[in-house]
Design a protein around this ligand. Structure first.
Ligand SMILES: Cc1ncc(COP(=O)(O)O)c(C=O)c1O
Length: 420
């Protein structure tokens, strides 16, 4: 029952009159909605969740963080004050070093702004670059929260299909040509080249190079989202777009969330000085700075050289879980197509065409206590109606086979009557 905070019978404001027109562009995130349903259901029964896109809290080194925290609080007297809006200077320098050692990118702290996760970085990019009616081109499907966030700014999102090698860049060029002929103003290409969310697909080097050639030919800015760049499970010959770019066309969005922990909320932006200047103006009044204790914690991890150790532990654990999930899919649902990610946290599964992913996910949770995310909202054009996203990083390894078996049971139940 909803608690009533006003006197019954007294006049109340009609809030609809006060909301801005931007609320017309605001939609709930399917991920958060599903997480809320899981939380509710878990109070009644244990749920096997393949829903969230997070690192496993039991893999994250909470003990190491705990041991460092008291030391940092004693040592850094500014830890409970604001940092500059751009972030703690030492952290910006450490991130510049990290980009050189881990991403083949030669940069300097002046080109870096520490943000509240990659999410804030993506929001700020929209604030400083996008107007209602502008077009952004992305992979189809793409990360739903970026799509939702950028839609707040009234932009039109146009998707380009992917295959096992990432965005099909020939189609990207066709799309850009067509949009130009229609007189549309395309500003950005948004790409998650490694371990893409939701597909898990990693873009090949040839495609990366081609994407940059196209960006140059059509004079576009590329937003490279590198959230999963450090969760790579096989030897793959890829470099970030930013490392291949010779024209300073990339706005690089980084995040420590997926390796060090999503709750730390530390990400960053790396871009050319003109862009950084505007980002600084936008960020200052927004939040003053990213959480300072977390900035110092991440700095300490980088300074002590712990990132690689933490990453290695995560890769070992998630690779095992990925293999278990793929083996279970091949065992119980061999007739269905799914992606085979070499990086990231997700597998996309195509259900039989007649099934609706949203209804399927609801039924799966209700009847079989398994949570997945319907991938439909990740598609830019209303397609993907029968596709679900499955996360393997959070699941308990001993429950993965059972969870996939339950998915297979529901598929059979829902499809069998039509076949009989
Ligand atoms: C592709 C992608 N980009 C950005 C983010 C944002 O992560 P954070 O704000 O925690 O850095 C996520 C989180 O799931 C993601 O999947």
């Amino acid at each position: 029952m909803v608690k009533v905070f006003w006197c019954v019978g007294m006049p109340r404001p009609d809030f609809m009159k006060f909301f801005s027109s931007r609320i017309n562009y605001m939609y709930p995130s399917p991920i958060r909605e599903m997480v809320a349903k899981i939380a509710y259901k878990s109070r009644i029964k244990p749920v096997i969740s393949f829903a969230a896109g997070e690192p496993d809290p039991d893999v994250l080194p909470r003990d190491i963080y705990a041991s460092m925290v008291s030391d940092i609080f004693v040592r850094e007297n500014r830890i409970v004050n604001y940092s500059p809006a751009e972030g703690v200077l030492d952290l910006r320098e450490a991130i510049a070093g990290f980009m050189k050692s881990h991403e083949y990118v030669d940069t300097s702290y002046e080109r870096i702004i520490v943000t509240v996760g990659g999410s804030q970085a993506l929001d700020i990019i929209a604030r400083i670059m996008l107007e209602p009616g502008d077009v952004v081109v992305t992979e189809n499907p793409s990360y739903v929260n970026t799509l939702l966030c950028w839609k707040h700014y009234g932009v039109r999102i146009v998707g380009v299909p992917m295959d096992d090698n990432g965005m099909i860049t020939e189609k990207l060029e066709e799309t850009l040509k067509k949009l130009r002929e229609e007189g549309r103003l395309v500003k950005l290409i948004y790409s998650i080249p490694t371990g893409q969310n939701p597909s898990g697909i990693t873009m090949s080097m040839d495609r990366r190079k081609h994407l940059l050639e196209i960006a140059s030919k059509y004079d576009l800015i590329v937003v490279e989202d590198t959230a999963y760049n450090h969760l790579v499970y096989e030897e793959v010959d890829v470099k970030p777009l930013r490392a291949l770019d010779k024209e300073d066309r990339i706005i690089y969005v980084g995040s420590f969330s997926k390796v060090l922990g999503t709750g730390l909320r530390i990400g960053w932006l790396e871009a050319s000085p003109e862009v950084i200047e505007k980002i600084r103006y936008s960020k200052q009044p927004m939040d003053m700075c990213a959480p300072v204790p977390c900035q110092y914690l991440v700095l300490e991890v980088l300074k002590r050289g712990l990132f690689d150790e933490i990453k290695a532990k995560a890769i070992k654990a998630y690779k095992e879980k990925r293999d278990l999930m793929m083996a279970a899919l091949d065992k119980y649902l061999p007739q269905l197509k799914h992606t085979r990610p070499v990086a990231g946290m997700f597998i996309l599964l195509w259900l039989p065409e007649e099934l609706n992913a949203i209804e399927f996910a609801d039924k799966l949770l209700e009847k079989y206590d398994v949570a997945v995310i319907p991938a439909t909202p990740f598609y830019t054009n209303g397609s993907g109606k029968n596709v679900i996203r499955m996360n393997f990083s959070m699941a308990k390894p001993e429950l993965i086979d059972d969870g996939v078996n339950r998915i297979a049971k529901l598929v059979k139940e829902l499809v069998a009557p039509a076949v009989a």
